[in-house]
Design a protein around this ligand. Structure first.
Ligand SMILES: [Ca+2]
Ligand SMILES: [Ca+2]
Length: 371
């Protein structure tokens, strides 16, 4: 059964992505202007995952999987998202899976009705599909202060197995912060849900969720070198405002109420790059990218063991496309087949869609386990 699942996944990927040589051509795109608002985003077709070539081809212990970027409760098929209740038609469950990170205050989110727990939100992989979940990413809610939840899996949507320990989302004063929770159960399930069992505010609200078979392997950086041994450097820094250093691309914040921006923004010179030193060689074969105004159109992800000799892992060249990628306004997964552990990972923009200074709001580092 697992072989069938892998075959299905590979067939899907091969149909969906076009890979040429060691370069990568991004085949998914979003039909939006970078400055579009959330409503515009919802009209967009979603590029949920981009595959990059690399050598050698990895043999992954579990299929490289993450939840789709939903554009409706049942799109893209066969995935479906639903919940125990909704506050109103303005707070639909699939809004939690629409891949927009930086919308916690005004953007689209799922909200439950006002009532008593439990309330839950459910992702269905679709008939005949099942996957392993190793990480749940969920942002703190705008409403739903200190909600306690349990992450669960099921194959009949009736009998549920706990996949991770019970957790509590932090106070919504930091509701733009998003967290990664590792699971301890690696069985295959069709259904995944987050079941809220304690709701001090009597309702729960979630802007962003992502479930994946990868492990998030970097911490939340609170300065350029905290926590050790991680160190973030950059080619240049804009002098505009605070919280725009390179480490802000690795801080798990999109925005906050006080300082607003938590992003890296360079001066208007190219190439512009931000780099993270992991302190030791670590395998990274998946990247989650999110950017906005200065979204790179020409973008390279490279890696090195000595900070001198760099190997290109991902290259995009979409200078002639208005659909700038990667991660332009929407969170986007980029998956590689790299099996090599590197110490330094570098993210270089050689141009942006608008020609404005390069920005990267958030870079997640994923590791899909290799056999
Ligand atoms: Ca959302
Ligand atoms: Ca950030």
């Amino acid at each position: 059964m697992k072989r069938n699942l892998i075959t299905r996944q590979c067939s899907f990927i091969s149909n969906f992505f076009l890979c040429i040589g060691t370069a990568t051509v991004i085949c998914g795109f979003v039909s939006l202007a970078y400055a579009g608002r959330m409503q515009d985003l919802l009209m967009a077709s979603r590029a949920s995952m981009v595959e990059a070539t690399g050598t050698p081809v990895a043999k992954f212990k579990y299929p490289q999987w993450s939840t789709a970027s939903m554009s409706a409760s049942n799109a893209p098929a066969p995935a479906m998202v639903y919940a125990s209740s909704v506050y109103s038609s303005s707070y639909l469950p699939w809004y939690a899976f629409d891949a927009s990170l930086f919308e916690a205050y005004t953007g689209l989110r799922w909200a439950s009705e006002v009532g008593s727990p439990p309330e839950w939100i459910l992702y269905d992989c679709g008939s005949g599909n099942s996957n392993v979940a190793k990480t749940l990413v969920i942002n703190n809610p705008r409403f739903g202060n200190n909600d306690t939840f349990i992450f669960q899996g099921s194959n009949d949507s009736t009998n549920w197995t706990n996949l991770a320990a019970t957790n509590t989302l932090a106070n919504y004063s930091v509701h733009y912060f998003y967290n990664s929770y590792a699971t301890t159960n690696f069985d295959y399930y069709r259904y995944f849900r987050v079941n809220f069992t304690v709701m001090p505010d009597t309702l729960v609200s979630v802007c962003f969720m992502k479930i994946t078979s990868a492990v998030q392997i970097r911490p939340s950086m609170t300065s350029f070198n905290t926590p050790a041994p991680y160190v973030v450097t950059q080619s240049s820094l804009s002098a505009n405002g605070t919280n725009q250093g390179g480490h802000c691309a690795f801080d798990n914040y999109e925005l906050d109420d006080v300082n607003y921006y938590h992003r890296w923004i360079a001066t208007n010179e190219f190439p512009a790059w931000v780099k993270i030193d992991m302190g030791s060689n670590v395998l990274v074969n998946g990247f989650g990218i999110d950017a906005a105004n200065g979204c790179p159109s020409n973008f390279i992800i490279s890696a090195s063991i000595n900070d001198s000799d760099y190997t290109t892992l991902v290259t995009t060249n979409l200078a002639n496309s208005q659909y700038a990628m990667p991660g332009c306004t929407l969170y986007q997964d980029i998956v590689t087949t790299s099996t090599t552990a590197y110490r330094f990972y570098k993210f270089t923009a050689t141009d942006t869609w608008t020609g404005a200074a390069a920005e990267l709001w958030e870079i997640l580092l994923w590791q899909y386990e290799v056999e």
